[in-house]
Design a protein around this ligand. Structure first.
Ligand code: ARG
Ligand code: ZN
Length: 471
């Protein structure tokens, strides 16, 4: 490292003598990982490989308390690093020793270990905390949803800061052990396999394991009173579904949909290749919100998804995300189309298979029912902006883009890509541009213009039906 000499050379030389070389390169980690939409999401300077969460939750008071242990490898000499978290921390230890910490901004924790972390070495970070997740607000809002019998953490792009400290960005995926103690008679639902469940002193502890890389927003926790159903897939993976005992009139439709998880996953495997995780399922808590989310291996479904009867389509959408979104994750939140465009398109493929309209018919209908002056056409699916991250255009125009690709390259190449992409990028991260290059490679066709038109150009593009369907 070069230093500007602003003092006589003798003084400069003596300064260099008293500053060890390692101190010069030991700088604090950045407070963000470099996301273009969310500059404080994630952090710089380290990579987490594993989270161990040992928690206790009391539904009556909404008090969540416990210990998070992170195994993290410094990617630079690190004198200080940030964690993303919103609840109150009482102690942090790094490699066994108490560390200094301070809050900064809405949900940043600055941790200063007694000794700088060495580049390339794994460190343990133990965080003890307690708080009421519903009372922690960002811009007046909490992602934690309280229910009459518990609470739920499921939100995108952020939910982790409401319940565990993390490097909160899909670029840093890790395995998770999530152990939650709740009052007897109440369940704690999370990701992956339920390893065991034990009761003592009036409390039941649920131990969950998710053993493949998982983004922090895809970690989930639902506490409440649930009916549990279990099963096994054709390939031997455990299925566990959970339905709030309080779903009212939606109870039947919720079960009639989510119980088809194994069947839908089996069909998706025929389109996308092997299912990437160690378990399957879904859960339906009695939350007021209306959305669904692809929480890893066990999606979250609002009861409102089932207000008109069974909705297998939403199950298809959230399970499709297990490949497109969860196994292959965005590099940057602006890449959201590689999640939502494909999850929507999968719903159209399911409809095609069920004889309820082909993907081409649905793309054409979606296209025709939006007039050219609809503001819908002004959102660019390939870079919608943070405010429009989940705009209908990312899903629907994004899925028409995929149909346009299919029409351009033909079914054989198209389905080769649909299966090849999640296989080649399994457990990784990717950008929209990576997909475009991959599709060009497999199809042998230049596709830059097609994607430029459909993903990056405001306005309603021309959408020609495939030649066989031309009038
Ligand atoms: N990825 C989710 C889905 O595809 C979207 C969640 C958006 N968040 C929300 N609060 N609506 O269904
Ligand atoms: Zn989605």
């Amino acid at each position: 490292m070069h230093r500007k000499v602003i003092a006589p050379s003798v003084l400069a030389a003596s300064l260099l003598l008293v500053i060890p070389a390692s101190a010069a390169s030991s700088v604090p980690g950045a407070p963000g990982i470099g996301d273009s939409y969310y500059p404080t999401s994630g952090n710089g300077g380290y990579d987490v490989s594993h989270y161990d969460l040992r928690l206790k939750y009391e539904p009556k008071t909404d008090l969540l308390e416990g210990t998070a242990t992170l195994l993290a490898t410094a990617t630079q000499e690190l004198s200080r690093f940030n964690l993303d978290f919103g609840l109150k921390v009482s102690e942090i230890r790094v490699n066994g020793a108490k560390a200094k910490f301070a809050t900064s901004g809405a949900h940043e924790l600055e941790v200063t270990p007694t000794q700088a972390l060495e580049k390339g070495k794994q460190a343990s970070v133990v965080v003890k905390y307690a708080g009421k997740p519903s009372e922690f607000k960002v811009d007046g809002w909490s992602a934690w949803q309280r229910t009459p019998d518990g609470g739920v953490a499921a939100q995108e792009p952020d939910s982790a800061v409401w319940w565990f400290p993390s490097n909160d960005h899909p670029l840093d995926k890790a395995t998770f052990d999530i152990s939650v103690n709740v009052p007897d008679g109440t369940q704690a639902i999370s990701n992956g396999v339920l390893q065991s469940q034990t009761s003592k002193l009036g409390w039941t502890r649920y131990n969950w394991r998710s053993n493949k890389p998982q983004a922090t927003y895809l970690a989930t926790l639902a506490v409440g009173k649930f009916d549990i159903t279990t099963g096994t897939t054709a390939s031997g993976l455990p299925i566990l579904n959970a339905y709030s005992k309080d779903l009212g009139d939606n109870a039947g439709a919720a079960r009639a949909s989510v119980e088809r998880t194994g069947e839908v996953a089996e069909w998706l495997e025929s389109v996308f290749g092997p299912y990437p995780f160690n378990a399957l399922g879904g859960y339906v808590p009695n939350v007021p919100s209306g959305f669904a989310l692809e929480t890893q291996s066990r999606p979250f479904y609002s009861p409102r998804q089932f207000a008109n009867g069974a909705n297998v389509s939403v199950v298809v959408h959230e399970l499709a995300h297990q490949w497109y979104g969860d196994s292959v994750s965005v590099d940057n939140w602006k890449d959201i189309w590689i999640n939502e465009g494909f999850a929507r398109y999968s719903q159209w493929l399911w409809s095609e298979k069920e004889g309820e309209g082909t993907a081409q018919e649905l793309a054409d209908w979606t296209y025709r029912t939006r007039p050219a002056d609809d503001p819908f056409w002004q959102v660019k699916p390939g870079d919608p902006g943070a405010d429009n991250q989940f705009h209908g255009a990312v899903y629907d125009r994004g899925a028409i883009a995929i149909q346009a690709l299919r029409n351009e390259i033909g079914d054989e190449k198209f389905f080769k890509i649909l299966k090849g992409w999640p296989t080649e990028h399994a457990y990784g991260n990717a950008k929209v541009g990576d997909f475009v290059r991959y599709a060009e490679k497999v199809s042998g066709k230049p596709l830059a213009q097609l994607f430029e038109t459909w993903l990056y150009t405001p306005g309603k593009p021309a959408f020609a039906p495939p030649s066989s369907q031309s009038p």
